[in-house]
Design a binder for this molecule. Structure first.
Ligand SMILES: [Zn+2]
Length: 251
């Protein structure tokens, strides 16, 4: 049974059998890995604490017939703060579900691993979560080959300048002349357009717009692009919105 070692983040985990756990890992060298951690639910298991959800770890594996077996793990960053707050937790679930949906087994992808790892480590910091999601989604689309065109109308290819909008049925941005008959165009502010272009040009996390309205508008656009690529709603997305609505209610 050949052994191998990877650096990975834990995207998903569930109970398996009576004492084991099934984990979905994202690694730079092997892409997505589904593996069994044997005996980790036994009281006193030494591995248990090293394979927390969203943790960044060094993982030692043995190739199995169907699923690989985790033989040892060492935590590099536990990201424990995420698990102490419902808002952070819902955001991390969303990032993990998108990372899971868009990664491939046995296919190395360092940029995707690096993006997810970086997003998990930013969640616990003092970052604005709307901006973090926008940055994550825009960068993710770029990595998987769906970089949104922010410069041209998706219908007539006219250069957009700082005036554009989004329409439910069209995946890209549209100019004001191209609203489909009966369609509803959401016009975007020049600040949002500039902010989105700034995010697309930046290779690392940078805090975006000062105005909350602009940040929310940018997030709406990034979500619009992701929805068109995914063609389905993610379970964690609804959870994230519900938590945000709940947290917006004054206590
Ligand atoms: Zn147009």
């Amino acid at each position: 049974m050949p052994n191998y070692t990877v650096e990975a983040v834990v995207l998903k985990r569930s109970d398996f059998g009576e004492k084991d756990r099934l984990l979905t890992l994202l690694s730079p060298s092997h892409g997505k890995i589904r593996a069994i951690a044997k005996g980790v639910r036994r009281p006193g298991s030494r591995q248990a604490g090293h394979l927390e959800l969203f943790a960044h770890a060094k993982v030692y594996l043995a190739e199995g017939r169907n699923l690989d077996i985790i033989t040892q793990a060492e935590t590099l960053a536990s990201h424990h703060l995420i698990r102490t707050d419902l808002g952070m937790l819902s955001l991390a679930y969303y990032i993990a579900e998108l990372g899971d949906a868009l990664s491939v087994e046995d296919e190395k992808n360092y940029p995707l691993f690096s993006l997810v790892k970086s997003a998990f480590s930013q969640i616990g910091g003092s970052v604005d979560h709307s901006s973090l999601i926008t940055w994550f989604e825009m960068t993710l689309l770029d990595i998987i080959g769906y970089r949104p065109d922010l410069e041209h109308c998706a219908v007539c290819a006219t250069p957009l300048g700082i005036s554009a909008g989004i329409c439910r049925d069209i995946g890209g941005l549209v100019c004001c002349n191209c609203t489909p008959h009966g369609g509803h165009l959401v016009s975007l502010s020049g600040q949002s357009m500039q902010g989105l272009r700034g995010v697309q040009l930046s290779s690392t996390w940078t805090a975006s717009a000062d105005s909350e309205a602009v940040r929310e508008e940018m997030r709406l656009v990034a979500r619009h692009f992701v929805t068109h690529v995914m063609q389905r709603e993610l379970r964690a997305e609804q959870f994230m919105w519900n938590v945000q609505k709940l947290q917006a209610i004054p206590v």
